[in-house]
Design a protein around this ligand. Sequence first.
Ligand SMILES: NC(=O)c1ccc[n+]([C@@H]2O[C@H](COP(=O)([O-])OP(=O)(O)OC[C@H]3O[C@@H](n4cnc5c(N)ncnc54)[C@H](O)[C@@H]3O)[C@@H](O)[C@H]2O)c1
Length: 322
Amino acid sequence: MPSIRLGLIGCGGLGRVHADCVSKIPEAAFLAYADLVETAAQAALRDFGGEYATTDVEKVLCDPRIDAVYICTRHDSHASLAIAAAKAGKHILIEKPLALTMAECEAVARAVEAAGVMMMPAFKMRFYPLVQKAHEFIPNPQVVVGQMMDNRWGDDHWAQDPVQGGANVHSQGCHTTDILRYFAGGEPKRLWASGGTMTHPGHPCIDQCVASIQFSSGQVAAWIQGDAATSPFVSKFFFELFGDGKSVQLYDRLKKATFFDGQNTWIEERPEEEGFQLENREFISALLEGRPPILSAHDGIQATRIVLAADKAIRTGEVQEL
Ligand SMILES: NC(=O)c1ccc[n+]([C@@H]2O[C@H](COP(=O)([O-])OP(=O)(O)OC[C@H]3O[C@@H](n4cnc5c(N)ncnc54)[C@H](O)[C@@H]3O)[C@@H](O)[C@H]2O)c1
């Protein structure tokens, strides 16, 4: 058995993506799979190997052989499961968003700190090599642009549900706001936003957001989020940094970047998306080395803080101080 033993909580689409990634990391393996739907847990056990599948999350949390759990459930159960896992002394990788409210995010952070376990929010975009290269190329940008635009989400998709998901801006926005904060290199201070419920009229959640964010050292970011239709030119994800007379654009699902150093322009490409695999590699390496992973509870909190501020700005029309 590899040295790091894991439990998967939530064996749906993303749980299976992580199980596949871990299957390629020799030092780690899933021992247990838990899901409210027994067939989902059994299918994961069959496809990725391990010792048992269960509908009883508590059984996994009480298993002394398990070092860490992956929380890959829908958003309304993230906080309670993370708090239970921390109390059980398990390290945690938690799918985004950390939670849907600030109170829940902060309760998770307190539980993790009190238990002395490590928790990594799963912001896969941090791990794309060209995202890191863009950050190194312009470490102190003056202006950052971030856009994540999906095709229209189905009305019966769980993530569109106000309780389980929170719709597009709440579900996906934290991915973009985390990268904007990473590129800006500071903390968000002030936010202006407009948008609303434009793609799903009558729905209680905001689905489109256009915001400006001012960061602590004066950097500014433009942020677009929603499900109004993917751009065929730049793909679902697009980021652009400007600073020191240089610019860089990231597009084609962050597999391509165009760099401009003030004189020359060049394009760099990666053959495939590497974020999920490298994110898992980082979590396992942190566990093996007994060090905190590069993403912390604070990153999860700040990403959601910006999303919630945008929601409030859109609903009230008021500038938000963060
Ligand atoms: N990082 C990314 O790019 C990315 C992409 C898609 C989804 N996600 C995130 O992954 C998470 C899961 O999304 P998904 O698409 O896999 O959803 P899903 O519905 O396919 O899977 C969720 C699973 O969790 C199970 N579940 C729900 N509550 C549970 C509980 N209390 N205990 C045990 N099992 C429970 C469900 O039965 C289901 O099988 C969400 O947080 C989502 O935002 C991230």
